[in-house]
Write a protein that binds this ligand. Sequence first.
Ligand code: MIC
Ligand code: SF4
Length: 641
Amino acid sequence: MGYTIAQKIIKEHLVSGEMTVGSEIALKIDQTLTQDATGTMAYLEFETMGLDRVKTEKSVAYIDHNTLQSGFENADDHRYIQTVAAKHGIYFSRPGNGICHQVHLERFGKPGKTLIGSDSHTPTGGGIGMLAMGAGGLDVAVAMGGGAYYITMPKMYKVNLTGKLRPFVSAKDISLEILRILSVKGGVGAIIEWGGEGIKNLSVPERATITNMGTELGATTSIFPSDEITKAFLEAEGRGEDYIPLSSDPDAVYDKVIDINLDELKPLIACPHSPDNVVTVESLKGTKVDQVCIGSCTNSSLLDMLKVAALLKGKTIKPTVSLSISPGSRQVLSMLADSGALSDILASGARLLECACGPCIGMGFSPNSAGVSLRTFNRNFEGRSGTADAGVYLVSPETAVAAALTGEITCPTLLGTMPEIKMPDNFKVDDSAVLAPASPEIAHDLEVLRGPNIKPFPKAFAQEDKLTATLALKVGDNITTDHIMPAGAKILPYRSNIPHLSQFCFGVCDKTFPERAKELGKSFIVGGSNYGQGSSREHAALVPMYLGVRVVIAKSFARIHAANLINAGIMPLSFKNADDYDKLNEGDTLTITDVFEGMDKGEITLTDETSGESFTLTCSFTDRQKAILKAGGLLQYTKLN
Ligand code: MIC
Ligand code: SF4
């Protein structure tokens, strides 16, 4: 039996475990990336491991999330990351150089390599044929130290593209179509390989738009073959030597195959507040739009920006619409400027923002109250934009421009003829904003500079054989990490200050939770299905841990969040019978007994002391995960081993 692309890379990087679906495998990691909102914590964790230098082929620290600097906090964190990177062998991409995923694709990604990043959109690298996965900061710290990355061996899905995209329909519409088909849970436990004749017309940045949004499917990652198109991209980046061909075997076996005919695809739009709430743009035509944002790691490549510039050229946006443009990298911005396309964008009335995440994570440019915002981004979770009652829609750059020009949701095909976009033969390579680490000889004497915003890592608790505690919070299905630990301009600067951050935990669902949880000392949380979907932020586990949450019971969990909970010493347990969810009430006193034996058996008994009823909870922890939970989290476990 032949191998899929992902299976080939896994096989080459397998440290332990068997490649049978559902079993735990450990992978050697070639490259890591961090961004600043998760990076500070990841490097603090790396430092506690006491190693001089990273052991990966390449590790890069990006500054792209916290760039507002409305106080000393961000600047202190940047300085910390810059100095810790220089000391320990990590490349440092300066603020302004671009969004981690875009820059990594341009300058560092290599087909056939493994990459983990402390950001859930790390699968962007799948566009260039990498096995690229999002992970918690602690897992990235361990990988930087040469440790393996543990995942559950995923199923293999294949999406076959046939036909060719029509004008005004683009890679983003393919991402939205697969979300419409599979939903935000549809990729859980799977790697999605893209193939078929239709990929021949998709450039690497377009492929990266698709693998980027595979995250929204809950997939472990997504991947494209490495082919002539990959080679051309690498050569245009002056990195032809990084190319290797990579494809699946003709007899590779897939657990699911989905066909999408690009000839028939229409412009699509994801409605509030979920990326899989997808309908055709046509069906919402005429809806008034207040704001349009173009950028984010999903749609900020040079091709995207050149398309936008060509469509805006000679036109003016509606006075009722506010349009922002954030190019994905300095390379993109600089080439836009050189070609004159930037002038076309600015002349239309657009506001140019930094090459950073910006509005995508609520760092400025929040919509007006009850505003309708069309964004080329990948997430439209409630409150994420910074405006609680805004309605955020996810669209392609073409649909975004159509809305900016008309002031309403408009099918972009009405814009007339799609101008021809000429991509340059070579990208403008300038790595001066990527600082190489210090040589080992001088690194030793370098000082790491820390600011007062960096507070010590909070203490985790070891799981006990019996636990009685209150059910402090009960939430529904598809709870995102943006619900658990919101981001945005007011909160994000405190990512290295867990006590401060804790005041905002679950603020979107229940503002009283932090106080109540603290008072209780120890507590349970109950959630529905796909609990913890979205970002990789380990803060969504570290903060509940700080507030005393010991166990989360849910119908099902998102992959990275479940791993982060275990790393933080919090036990994720599932309902054996999903209907039992309805029988537990907030405020009930819950007891779990014979926990250690239950971990081995895969079933733990829960008694609701308030109602007197008992339930069975399930788990499937590996020996390593059991040891982590008993030790009180991964950091403690690593110290002990
Ligand atoms: C996001 O898109 O939600 C983020 C902000 O990039 C997160 C990381 C974080 O919370 O710092 C992610 O996707 O992992
Ligand atoms: Fe940044 Fe948004 Fe991409 Fe997250 S999804 S890395 S916040 S641009």
